[in-house]
Design a binder for this molecule. Structure first.
Ligand code: ADP
Ligand code: MG
Length: 248
């Protein structure tokens, strides 16, 4: 069976000459279908770049990304956009909703951009799934941070993408809203068989994942075989950030 996502030797260099930054340095990663993977690492270790490259939001400098067996390298912009719209969802730390649109309109937006009219009830069912059936006509400014992130999750999930990427989805939220967001991501995996790849700084959030990938300086340092307890994750992240070696 092909995996949901494959990265082979993925390298991403920003800038050129003596200002070149290697954000990803030959990353190999194989993400099984129907799994939840947490990506952790110090600030600047390449987590966001990894997600953007894996989701086809950014082009790699070297190596290959495959989503559901389809290589992204060599796809035209148009084909890449089509693939992204049909197979990939993305949730950002800062929600990235369109302020002038209602919750329902925000959720319907990706379908409309794809030239599809949502079926009657499709958008409200999705808002119901994230517990916001009664907020459909509200604009983002009228919603709490947690509610805005749930709208963003509904928007990312409405097309039932095979892979959902989330970049620090709980980073801007209070603990209770964060737990609700994690519950929704977990449900996408457990109930709908979707694949979730989530960047987080929070060991408790990463403990919800089936496995944890640790990055440093654009490289995969280790990948756990299975889920890890929050304490173990905290220890491993502390070791990654221990540049001065004070903990060793
Ligand atoms: P993380 O999400 O783990 O904090 P990033 O993926 O955002 O890390 O960044 C990895 C490295 O790449 C950093 O050194 C960052 O400064 C650099 N970088 C990221 N995006 C760009 C960009 N658009 N232009 C130049 N450098 C970038
Ligand atoms: Mg980041």
């Amino acid at each position: 069976m092909t995996s949901a996502l494959e990265l082979r030797g993925v390298t991403r260099v920003f800038g050129a000459g003596d200002r070149a930054v290697t954000a990803l340095d030959h990353v190999d990663l194989s993400i099984p279908r129907g799994s939840c993977t947490a990506v952790m690492g110090p600030s600047g270790s390449g987590k966001s770049t990894l997600l953007h490259c894996a989701a086809g939001l950014d082009r790699v400098t070297g190596g290959d990304v495959e989503i559901g067996g389809v290589p992204l390298t060599g796809l035209s912009e148009r084909r890449l956009t089509q693939l992204r719209r049909s197979r990939v969802g993305f949730v950002f730390q800062a929600f990235n909703l369109v302020p002038a649109l209602t919750a329902a309109q925000n959720v319907a937006l990706p379908m409309r951009l794809a030239g599809r009219r949502p079926a009657p009830g499709e958008v409200s069912a999705m808002l119901g799934e994230v517990g916001l059936a009664d907020r459909a006509e509200h604009r983002p400014s009228e919603l709490s941070g947690g509610q805005q992130q749930r709208v963003a999750i509904a928007r990312a999930l409405v097309s039932r993408p095979a892979v959902l990427f989330a970049d620090e989805p709980t980073g801007a939220l209070d603990a209770a809203s964060g737990r609700e967001v994690l519950r929704l991501l977990r449900a996408a995996v457990d109930r709908h068989g979707q694949t979730v790849v989530m960047v987080t700084h929070d060991p408790f959030a990463a403990a919800h994942a089936d496995r944890v990938v640790f990055l440093r300086d654009g490289r995969v340092v280790s990948t756990s075989e299975g889920p890890l307890a929050a304490q173990e994750i905290a220890v491993r992240t502390a070791a990654l950030e221990d540049r001065a070696g004070v903990l060793r």
